[in-house]
Design a binder for this molecule. Structure first.
Ligand SMILES: [Zn+2]
Length: 102
């Protein structure tokens, strides 16, 4: 997305967004996504500068009304942008209860 996100090793239990310092939320990956099944850490802070500045950047670069949120893959420790088309996009996939299985 034209900007580099410095990779930082998150703490095991409580990773935080490197852009705004907010605690990340577990977000279920879509079934058809290339990320496979599971969940990623995503910053859903609407005041996060990465998300706020993304609107202007996408409008300038691509002339589209879109932005992105900070995303961290817990399996690979890789971070990247999660594209969003509104402030509420993807919030229906936030995991509030961790399924501990049987
Ligand atoms: Zn953030």
């Amino acid at each position: 997305m034209g900007r580099t996100v410095r990779k930082e090793k998150p703490s095991a239990e409580d990773p935080r967004c490197p852009h705004c310092g907010a605690a990340l939320s577990r977000w279920r990956t879509p079934p058809m996504s290339s990320w496979g099944e599971g969940w990623h850490w995503v910053c859903f802070n609407d005041a996060c500068p990465y998300f706020v500045e993304g609107w202007a950047w996408m409008a300038t670069q691509y002339n589209v009304h879109a932005s992105y949120r900070y995303r961290l893959d817990p399996e690979t420790d890789e971070s990247g942008p999660l594209p969003v088309w509104s402030a509420d996009a993807h919030k229906d996939r936030i995991v509030t209860e961790v399924d501990k299985g049987s």
